[in-house]
Every structure is written in structure tokens, then in C-alpha cells.
Design a protein around this ligand. Structure first.
Ligand code: AHR
Length: 496
């Protein structure tokens, strides 16, 4: 049996929300400090303290939305410590992540400037675990109130006359764990209380986000939907791909062959999690008013040897590129419920798109997937049927191919293909049905590596980088593509 894909060009299945391509930045390790923020006096070229090289790289990705300040840090963060003259800001201990000093130099104004420079929506996560209703309420007032009020006046004194537009606001993070170790019944009540004071001022409409479950905690989802769904616009889900266990996660590079398959299989578990959580949501919200936001996902390995264990710094290989590709395809398939996703994390932490070392920067294989896949943002998801080979058998089996197709506003069709097989190339016969525009013209890009742990280093930053993809044959409205082992390709299909 060969791999066969049928794309129905005339059957759109809804829009792929661009927010599925969102990112996450936390005060953790070298994500904010060094990765994004170097300060205005740094020898590293910067714009208002934000490093230019990283900024330029991230702008390419067309990041739609960026979550901040955490993560676990969010429920320890007191936003008032991070506004006003920088030299007067409080220094605190980042107890959760490495016990390092947090000087609060990157705060509300700096984050909002970063979003402005990236032209993305801010998604701010408030503190429920160790914060107060008043503190959360005043943050929203400080950010968005246009008028005379203590917080608006304070914002103006701190140099920002106009309020900002803030759409996405999270009420707590992982409140079942680092955000307060709460039971779902207790958090549901707290959520109802805190969100009451998260006000929409003027024309700024806040989209309220409740803290949802970890992985397969269906009881948490059920309780929140039952007790609080009418007070929320979205609810979150966190799921990380860990090849081993929490105590021995596995290495990001130099891993045994068996961990290739385990990792991809665990990544594909996202499909079941979303399907089962969505089924619960459907019972309480059959019209799908409430969105599911997967605001933490990605691979999590043992930290790079010799680095601070609290900094969660890991390398990023072609295996991560495949995890990114197949997970984004899962989100596409569930775009009726999944309205946003935020890979963890943007720079230097977990499955990052960018790594830095002092003044040097590299783009990871995951970066290249996000860059190739950005053509799917806000495009119409097309009905697609795949009949694909299996790698392995029984519980161990993996599909050889994962695919997704969309049509953009200009009528171009983009087909993304992942070959999960680390040993063999894959031939894929693709048929386009319902396409009346004429014979096909195809062009494509390919990301591949000859090693399962192929990755970029600061000395060889382009070992794993996209190249033109030409190994395909077009006949009328059909094409056959030959993918090398462990590769990701994106094809553009237009009329000749
Ligand atoms: O992304 C790292 C951490 O993982 C986040 O702070 C937390 O929310 C999750 O447990």
C-alpha cells in the first residue's frame, strides 16, 4: 500500500485560527533576560532594550499572539513591582525558576512594547495563586482604562498616555499545581470571583481565559465547564511531550533510536486529549462558544548538561520539527474548538524557535516549521483524506505521513507533509478533487536532516534549514511527492 492523499479543494471545513501559531514567554531561565531583553545600554544592538536580531527573526514568523509573564511565574508575579523607573524597581527572587534575582526590568511597558514591535496580540496571565482580586483588577485598569482613575493616572506618569488594547487575559495558571494546588471546585469559585473584576473598559473587550486541565484530567475540565463556563470565553489545556518520565525525561540530542518513535507517538496523543476534552465541553457548550486554548505545549527533555536545571534550556532537532508539524496538524483538525495554542517557549526555554548565547543567535528546526507553516494562518482548512503506511505495529505503530491542506485568501492551496519515518523515504500520491482552475503548478520547501538528532549550533547555524523541494512529479491535477526520511515539506499548489 502506498501513501495516498485526496484533497477536496471545494470543501472548506472552517478557518485555521492564526492564534494556533501563538507563542509563550516566561520569566524563566534566559527567555526574557538575554533572550529578548538586553536593556537599552547593552552592546547587543537593540530597540528600546529588546535585541534586534531576535526581534527580526521573530517578525518573520508573523507571531499572532504572545503569552506572558508565565507559566508558574505568573502566580508569583506582582505587576506593580515591574512599572516605574527601572532603577527603582524591586528586586525579587524567582523562587520557581532557578532561585535567581529578578530585577523587574522587563515589566508591563516593556512587554507591551515587544508586542507592538512584533505586531502581535498580547495575552497577559494574571495571578490568582498568590495575588488578590484587587491586584488583578487594577492591572486591567492600568493597561486599558481611558479616563481619570488612580491606575490610569499612574500609567500616564510612567510615560504611557494612551491605554493599550489587551484582548486576552488569563485568570491564573496551572492552579491545580504551581498556581496554588487547588481542587477544581475551589478554583472554579475563585475563577468566578476574580473574573468579575476583570473589566472591559471603553472599546477594549477582554476575552477571559480560565485555567483548564493538565493532560488527561477530565474531572478538572468537567468541573470547570459545569460550574463556570458561562463566565469564560476560553479554557486552557497544557500538555508536554516527554519521551521518558518527569524524573528522567530523556535527552534532546544523542537519544536512542527507540526515543524517536516514543516521542512522536506521545506528541500525537494531543489528538486524543483534544477530542476527549472537546467532548466534555460539547456537553455544556454545544454551540462551541467557549474556545480551547492549548497555551503550553511542546517537547520537554532533560536540560542541556552543564546548564542550570531551573532554566529548562534544551537543544532542538529535526525530531522537534516533526513534533511541531504533527501537532500543528492536530490543531488544524480541531480548529472548530482550538482557538489558540502557544508553544513553550519562545527563546532559550524548552521547544524554542530561537536560541541565544551572548550576542549570538540561531534559528532552530522548530523555527523553520513555524516559518514554513505560517501560510496556513487564517486560511480555509480543506477536507483531506489520507490512507497512509504504518511504521511499526500494534501499540507501537505510527503513521508514516501526517498532512494538512488549506486555501489562502488568494486562492493558493498549501499542503504540509511530515514524514515521521526516520529510516525510509516516503512516496505520497496526491489527488486534488473539486479543483476547476486547471492543471497544477507546484513549488515547495523542505526541511530534512540525515540524523535523528540533526540540529543547529552557534558555529554551524544552518545545518538544518529549509531548501527548495523539487522531488515531485505533476500530472494534470495529481502529483507524487517523494519525501526523504524524517522531513517536513510545504507545497504551494496553484493553476498553471
Ligand atoms: O513552561 C514551563 C512550565 O511548565 C510553566 O511555567 C508551567 O505552567 C508548566 O508547568
Amino acid at each position: 500500500m502506498a501513501n495516498r492523499i485526496v484533497i477536496h479543494a471545494d470543501r472548506a471545513k472552517g478557518t485555521i485560527n492564526r492564534n494556533i501559531y501563538g507563542h509563550f514567554s516566561e520569566h524563566l531561565g534566559r527567555c526574557i533576560y538575554e533572550g529578548l531583553w538586553v536593556g537599552e545600554d547593552s552592546p547587543i544592538p537593540n530597540t528600546d532594550g529588546i535585541r534586534n536580531d531576535v526581534l527580526q527573526a521573530l517578525k518573520q514568523l508573523k507571531i499572532p499572539v504572545l503569552r506572558w509573564p508565565g507559566g508558574c511565574f505568573a502566580d508569583e508575579y506582582h505587576w506593580k513591582d515591574g512599572v516605574g523607573p527601572r532603577e527603582e524597581r524591586k528586586r525579587m527572587v524567582n523562587t520557581h525558576w532557578g532561585g535567581v534575582v529578578e530585577n523587574n526590568h522587563f515589566g508591563t511597558h516593556e512587554f507591551m512594547r515587544l508586542c507592538e514591535l512584533l505586531e502581535c496580540e498580547p495575552y497577559i496571565n494574571g495571578n490568582v495563586g498568590s495575588g488578590t482580586v484587587q491586584e488583578m483588577s487594577e492591572w486591567v485598569e492600568y493597561l486599558t482604562f481611558d479616563g481619570v482613575s488612580p491606575m490610569a493616572e499612574w500609567r500616564k506618569r510612567n510615560g504611557r498616555e494612551q491605554p493599550w488594547q489587551v484582548k486576552y487575559f488569563g485568570v491564573g495558571n496551572e492552579n491545580w499545581g504551581c498556581g496554588g494546588n487547588m481542587r477544581p471546585e475551589y478554583y472554579a469559585d475563585l475563577y468566578r470571583q476574580f473574573q468579575t473584576y476583570v473589566r472591559s473598559y471603553g472599546d477594549n473587550r477582554i476575552h477571559k481565559i480560565a485555567c483548564g486541565p493538565s493532560e488527561g484530567d477530565y474531572h478538572w475540565m468537567e468541573t470547570l465547564m459545569k460550574q463556570a463556563q458561562r463566565f469564560m470565553d476560553s479554557i486552557t489545556l497544557h500538555y508536554y511531550t516527554i519521551p521518558g518520565s518527569w524524573s528522567e525525561k530523556g535527552s534532546a540530542t544523542g537519544f536512542p533510536e527507540s526515543e524517536w518513535t516514543i516521542t512522536l507517538r506521545k506528541a500525537l496523543h494531543m489528538e486524543e486529549l483534544i477530542a476527549r476534552h472537546s467532548a466534555i465541553m460539547d456537553q455544556y457548550d454545544p454551540d462551541k462558544r467557549v474556545g480551547l486554548i492549548v497555551d503550553e505545549w511542546g517537547t520537554w527533555y532533560d536540560v542541556e548538561p552543564g546548564t542550570n536545571p531551573g532554566f529548562l534550556y534544551q537543544q532542538n532537532t529535526i525530531r522537534d520539527a516533526l513534533v511541531a508539524g504533527i501537532t500543528l496538524h492536530v490543531f488544524h483538525r480541531h480548529s472548530d474548538r482550538v482557538r489558540m495554542a502557544n508553544i513553550a517557549q519562545l527563546v532559550n526555554v524548552l521547544q524554542s524557535v530561537v536560541l541565544t548565547e551572548g550576542e549570538r543567535m540561531l534559528l532552530t528546526p522548530t523555527y523553520h516549521v513555524f516559518n514554513l507553516f505560517k501560510v496556513h494562518q487564517d486560511a480555509e482548512l480543506l477536507d483531506l483524506h489520507e490512507t497512509v503506511e504504518q511504521i511499526g505495529s500494534g501499540q507501537e505503530a505510527l503513521p508514516q505521513i501526517s498532512a494538512s491542506a488549506s486555501r489562502d485568501a488568494e486562492g493558493r492551496i498549501h499542503l504540509s507533509l511530515c514524514n515521521l519515518d526516520h529510516r525510509s523515504g516516503a512516496s505520497v500520491a496526491i489527488e486534488l478533487r473539486g479543483w476547476i482552475e486547471g492543471d497544477l503548478q507546484v513549488k515547495g520547501s523542505l526541511l530534512a536532516s540525515e540524523r535523528t538528532d540533526g540540529h543547529n549550533t552557534f558555529d554551524s547555524p544552518d545545518r538544518v534549514a529549509p531548501a527548495a523541494f523539487t522531488d515531485f512529479v505533476v500530472e494534470g491535477k495529481q502529483l507524487t511527492a517523494n519525501l526523504p526520511p524524517m522531513s517536513v515539506a510545504v507545497l504551494e499548489l496553484t493553476a498553471r
